[in-house]
Design a binder for this molecule. Sequence first.
Ligand code: PLP
Length: 373
Amino acid sequence: MEFIDLKRQYQRMKGEIDQALASVVKSGRFILGEPVRRLEEELAGFVGVPEAIGVSSGTDGLLLSLMALDVRPGEEIITTPFTFIATAEVISLLGARVVFADIDPQTYNLDPAAVEEVVRARRARGKLRGIIAVSLFGQCADLDALTEVAEEAGLFLIEDACQSLGATYKGRPSGGITELAVTSFFPAKPLGAYGDGGMIFCRHQGLGARLRALRVHGQRERYRHEEIGLNARLDALQAAVLLVKLKHFPQEIALRQHWAKAYDQRLAKISPVTPPFIAPGNTSVFAQYSIRVPERDALARYLKERGIPTAIHYPVPLHLQPAFASLGYRQGDFPVAEAVSQEILSLPFHPYLTQEEIELVAGAIEDFFALGT
Ligand SMILES: Cc1ncc(COP(=O)(O)O)c(C=O)c1O
């Protein structure tokens, strides 16, 4: 059994994908080009923003967004400690300071009340610039509440939508709610490429052209560089694959939600297991199907022995990572993130699961807890 079975997906779309790849190879044009332009247009429509900018990864999309917002060394940006490192890494790369706030114990996303408290505590220093909210595991953060905190304090708000493309928040699509949002096409993501890729969604008037220049070395005209940028372009082969997968994406989202419900129903019978909580008004795209369980590591070992792969997103919250030691945080600073990181476990999940596989995984979890009692 695979954790995410990309081979099954390929078998279903093989004809279309092979043809799309061959047409790029035949065209001899591999950097940006027509497939990237079409993907930008289709995805801008999908999330309902005026402009989308294809980039080389979610990480680069976040970095470019902060560059376009003129984040400077010493400025402070609030984010969650319970995320993939890229979210906070890009802040540090620009010499700005990462300021963490704790998460909600049910959704695992930033807790707006905790963010508000951080803002209150640090506002007088005059260094706060913005908030990066992560929509973790496929479910949007509480973006209205965070927008309110941001607006009140004069901060920008970026949605890290790397795991949540296809989700909705109060009927609005993830990626289309904040002025800037970024998604990732890492192969394991809900909309995954065959390599790295990402997209910036831009509702912010005037930033689109700057972001386009920044992704090609700050260049607006050939060999005229207005500012220092990056090489952070999406390539044509990835865009061609993504255009095919995008056609199937609405159906895949429905399948993800179907299999999540099937897991929910089956796991409801196993009392130590806390299935994912989807907040009222949200739909999730289930980038991960992550449960919370006591004895997580022993369960993961037990499942592995039975050929069932699992993953831990994420075993160490960012404030306790060696890379962020200089920030001076300690164990106990973010108790919710710390507790969740001890108990979270992601189960095999993708649109092409079968009911037998759900039963296999849930049955093994049931056996594990039955043996323990
Ligand atoms: C929450 C989050 N932010 C940022 C990233 C970075 O995306 P990428 O791997 O495309 O650079 C990822 C994915 O890996 C992610 O899950």
